[in-house]
Design a protein around this ligand. Structure first.
Ligand SMILES: [Zn+2]
Length: 143
């Protein structure tokens, strides 16, 4: 099981936002298990984990969320799909009872696991917003 998942566009030849492990698209049981686990925490992931949905969607502007033993970092990314609302998310699980991974540690791990994506990103990923839990629509979806 990957310790860092990537949600987004894998390459320009396969548009659409999906969940990936370090070798690309996850298949069958692995994908179902990962999706089930992550959608339990964040039911909506496509764009909702990024900073200020509906704003200028500055590429690389990132928002961090920590919930259910995981850290999610969502950011605007049009390097794979140029259309509006294109985005990406890295999900990283905390280990044991230690603190959840910080922005810096998720980025370090993501760069090591997904070097080809970081070659494609023609922008820096910078922390723009920190989820405050309570009024975050991604972390607190309306029933
Ligand atoms: Zn949140």
């Amino acid at each position: 099981m990957p310790d860092v998942y990537f949600f987004g566009v894998w390459d320009k030849n396969r548009l659409g936002h999906y969940l990936h492990g370090e070798h690309g698209l996850l298949y069958d049981r692995e994908r179902e298990a990962a999706e089930r686990m992550l959608t339990k925490i964040w039911p909506a992931q496509d764009g909702t984990l990024c900073p200020g949905t509906g704003n200028a969607q500055v590429q690389g502007a990132a928002k961090i969320h920590q919930k259910g033993g995981w850290t999610a970092i969502g950011f605007w990314d049009r390097s794979g799909d140029k259309r509006g609302n294109s985005n990406a998310v890295f999900f990283m699980k905390g280990i044991g009872d230690s603190a959840l991974p910080s922005f810096t540690s998720v980025m370090q791990a993501a760069k090591a696991r997904y070097p080809q994506l970081f070659e494609r990103f023609d922008f820096e990923i910078e922390l723009a917003e920190t989820c405050n839990g309570e009024d975050c629509v991604a972390c607190n979806p309306k029933p």
